[in-house]
Design a protein around this ligand. Structure first.
Ligand SMILES: C[S@@+](CC[C@H](N)C(=O)[O-])C[C@H]1O[C@@H](n2cnc3c(N)ncnc32)[C@H](O)[C@@H]1O
Length: 278
């Protein structure tokens, strides 16, 4: 869309203010080329709030009296995901679970998006233990409150599970009918295994993420700058038990070379304790 036909003008200064804000609020480094993307995502918020222009809108984000800062974050995060994305991770996860014997295992899925990733973890867990009450706690977090609502509901377009085996579809999903035709719902027995919470990875308050055995942090660090990525990796190391596992996205190879993590194959790492690493 040309600037002339746009409903609201988005000046370079306003665009840069948006880039600065999303970096401060969520750690996301938005490239200069994302002008059109930012416009199309935020113009809906201007419409919904009947703002006069982007300055008016940004004042509302700044004042944050009616939760607009969270809506701004929700609008600007990218939530692309799928069930069993990077499938090799779930084969590895099955073997990792076997290594824990019967002891209780704590898993954190730290950028859960719309839920496909934490539910893929939960399916792998149920299959491994062949039980709906496995000795596993799964915590799934995301900064975006809209996607977390979708996680909790567990309702997806049926095409989203097209590539799953028939056995998985039957075991883990209910097929919608009537007004819900074309949709599937995660069975409540699976939903119950995952605890969903809002969490900003930039938050200094990581206390509740202690004694973890497995962390998934996939396809989110790519949005952060290098110092933020390095800090996060140190924090993940701090909250994993010695010998704990970290799964990262296919393009997030920066873990290689991070002290305390040892590669276990493609984008899978294991935490060494200080004594082991020494
Ligand atoms: C591309 S999705 C990846 C989803 C999933 N991990 C996967 O690999 O399929 C990135 C997710 O990271 C979340 N995110 C972005 N910045 C975040 C932050 N600072 N803290 C927590 N989550 C964040 C987004 O809301 C989005 O749901």
């Amino acid at each position: 869309m040309s600037e002339a036909t746009k409903e609201h003008a988005l000046s370079r200064a306003q665009f840069n203010d948006i880039r600065r804000r999303i970096s401060v609020y969520a750690g996301i480094s938005l490239a200069e080329t994302k002008h059109d993307m930012v416009y199309s995502r935020l113009v809906r918020r201007l419409r919904a709030l009947r703002c006069h222009d982007f300055d008016d809108y940004l004042q509302r984000v700044e004042a944050d009296t009616d939760g607009e800062r969270q809506a701004f974050i929700n609008a600007l995060t990218t939530n692309l995901t799928s069930f069993f994305r990077e499938a090799h991770h779930f084969d590895v996860l099955g073997r990792v679970l076997a290594g824990y014997g019967g002891r209780r295992i704590r898993i954190w899925c730290s950028a859960a998006s719309t839920g496909e990733e934490p539910y893929s973890i939960a399916m792998t867990v149920v299959e491994h233990f062949d039980s709906w009450t496995p000795p596993v706690e799964i915590i799934a977090t995301d900064i975006n409150t809209d996607v977390l609502s979708q996680c909790r509901g567990g309702i997806y377009a049926a095409e989203r599970i097209e590539d799953l085996t028939v056995a998985r579809k039957r075991r883990f999903f209910l097929r919608g009918s009537g007004p819900q035709a074309g949709k599937v719902k995660v069975r409540p027995t699976l939903t119950r295994l995952v605890k969903f919470e809002t969490f900003n990875l930039l938050s200094p308050n990581w206390n509740r993420f202690r004694d973890l055995d497995i962390v998934f942090c996939r396809n989110v660090m790519i949005y952060f700058d290098k110092p933020t990525q390095a800090r996060l990796l140190r924090q993940f190391h701090g909250c994993l038990n010695p010998g704990g596992w970290l799964f990262v996205g296919h393009s997030e190879s920066q873990v290689r070379g991070t002290e305390g993590f040892v590669s276990q194959g493609h984008t899978v790492y294991r935490s060494q304790s200080a004594e082991v690493a020494a």
